[in-house]
Design a protein around this ligand. Structure first.
Ligand SMILES: *Cc1c(COP(=O)(O)O)cnc(C)c1O
Length: 494
């Protein structure tokens, strides 16, 4: 919420009237307090989870993941079916990927988005059919492209003219046809409640639709002419011409991804309008019917109080209505649509359990120059298991999990154990005054981009991922790292 500027406490944080209540925009129904006040996950108390798996631990509810994956697929499928259109939903593996999770996504009828050869390998190991996997990335290696084509991936999303040429060469070499989509920069960048329209996007992803950008990118007039293009063509159109001219490329359509943690459908609608307009233009100009567009991911979730993430069904309905209207205005049939949610499926499925260690009250000056006390609560993990607060100034919340959070609540900052003062897990949270070493804290909404971004900083071993579900015993789906793991690649003083 960009609250890093608040000295003492941001406005959105309120003193909890019922400290035991779990905010339903952050906590899914698999997370409940039992009659003693202890937090349970799919019925298992956190103290039992700690006893069996230790802390820190990522606890990931299979029930929540499956329900959200299915819910997303059904919401988008139904909303677009209402307009006679078909959709595919890809789970964005980069948000949280291991073989169990890829298998759950497959079971729930989702396809898989991958962003590297490694993510592709995990998807294949999980039994996801190649045809249901997409390969993304702005700098795919030849080896990654070969691996993708060997496994008949459903599509490769190309991000530059160079890459279209590389795919054409590799596919020709292998004697196969590569299904390709082109990633565009639609000139719409969305954030949580807003979007900005910019002509030129200063970022590495995507290909410009702005007239004249082909020449600006270094394609000379004679070169463009030899491809049947004009001097005022957009950079993306060069990639289109290259892809259409390549015997071993099957150009499927266009892709865009406009940001992350977005709550409103408006940014997606604006981007869809740009991409559909371009698709229509290309279809007429090159006398083709490109069958697909992909509108990416980026659907927001609740991390802290006061946020209002939209239900998948509402966003899907709004988007389907606007896509249908845009296509009607353009006089074209609605193409096949794809969506790539990551965070909105994985994020609310996972929490992180930590054990409290050192507690220290620190005197600080607030906005008015008054001296106040902030309580620093240290836990046994930190920026190595959740890099988002450091990377993005992301806000989280935390609750006392092993017992009921009763009595007075104290403004606290939850910090990790790393040698870095920026090692903050939760910047602002009220926690019980009687919090003590040995208590368990649970940080919700850590299912996405936490394990995925984890590191061994300070030689900490990475936590396990423990899966829970309503009808099975909790079990590790990724085990805790050991000191042997830490030293496994260290070849000694050779
Ligand atoms: C990151 C990414 C996603 C997923 O984004 P979320 O915010 O996790 O939904 C989808 N598609 C592409 C191309 C991405 O880079």
């Amino acid at each position: 919420m960009g609250s890093a500027a608040a000295l003492f406490k941001p406005d959105w944080l309120t003193y909890p009237s019922d400290p035991a209540a779990l905010d339903l925009t952050i906590w899914e129904s698999s997370f409940q307090r039992d009659e003693t006040g202890e937090l349970t996950v799919d019925g298992t108390p956190v103290s039992a989870l700690r006893e069996q798996f230790g802390t820190p631990a990522y606890v990931f509810s299979e029930s929540v993941f499956r329900a959200r994956a299915r819910g997303f697929r059904e919401a988008f499928t139904e909303a677009f079916a209402h307009h006679g259109a078909e959709v595919s939903v890809y789970y964005a593996g980069k948000s949280f990927l291991c073989t169990a999770v890829a298998a759950w996504a497959k079971d729930e009828g989702l396809n898989l988005d991958t962003a590297s050869g490694g993510e592709l390998a995990v998807g294949l190991r999980a039994g996801m059919p190649g045809e249901r996997i997409a390969l993304h990335g702005n700098n795919k290696s030849e080896a990654e492209l070969r691996r993708a084509l060997e496994n008949n991936v459903g599509r490769i999303v190309a991000d530059s003219a160079d890459e279209v040429r590389l795919i054409a060469r590799v596919a020709a070499d292998m004697g196969v046809t590569a299904p390709v989509m082109l990633r565009l920069t639609p000139g719409v960048h969305a954030s949580t409640h807003d979007f900005i329209a910019t002509a030129h996007e200063d970022q590495k992803f995507g290909q410009s639709l702005v007239p004249g950008t082909a020449q600006l990118a270094g394609f000379h007039a004679d070169e463009l002419e030899s491809m049947g293009l004009r001097t005022d063509d957009a950079y993306a159109t060069v990639s289109v011409a290259l892809a259409l001219a390549a015997d071993h490329i099957d150009l499927r359509g266009f892709h865009c991804h406009i940001g992350s943690q977005i709550f409103e459908a408006e940014g997606f609608s604006q981007a869809a309008k740009k991409v559909l307009g371009y698709l229509n233009e290309i279809n007429h100009r090159f006398n083709v019917t490109l069958p697909e567009i992909d509108l990416g991911g980026g659907y927001g979730i609740g991390y802290v109080e006061g946020e209002k993430p939209r239900a998948a069904r509402d966003v899907a309905t709004e988007l389907a209505d606007s896509v249908s209207k845009t296509c009607a205005d353009l006089g074209m049939a609605i193409p096949h649509l794809s969506f790539e949610p990551g965070r909105s499926i994985a994020g609310p499925s996972g929490i992180t359990l930590y054990t409290v260690g050192t507690i220290k009250n620190v005197s600080i000056e607030d906005e008015h120059g008054d001296t106040r006390v902030r309580r620093y609560v240290s836990v046994d993990g930190g920026m190595s298991d959740n890099a988002r607060p450091v990377l993005y100034e992301a806000d989280y919340t935390a609750v006392l999990a092993n017992r009921a959070p009763e009595g007075d609540q104290v403004l606290s900052r939850v910090v990790g154990k790393h040698c870095e003062s920026g090692d903050i897990v939760v910047r602002y949270v009220y926690l019980p005054e009687d919090l003590k070493a040995g208590d368990v804290l649970a940080v919700p909404a850590t299912g996405a981009y936490c394990y995925a971004l984890s590191s061994n900083y300070n030689m900490l071993t990475r936590p396990p991922v423990v899966a829970t579900s309503a009808d099975a015993e909790p079990r590790a789906i990724v085990r805790r790292e050991t000191e042997d793991d830490l030293l496994a690649r260290d070849l000694g003083n050779v």
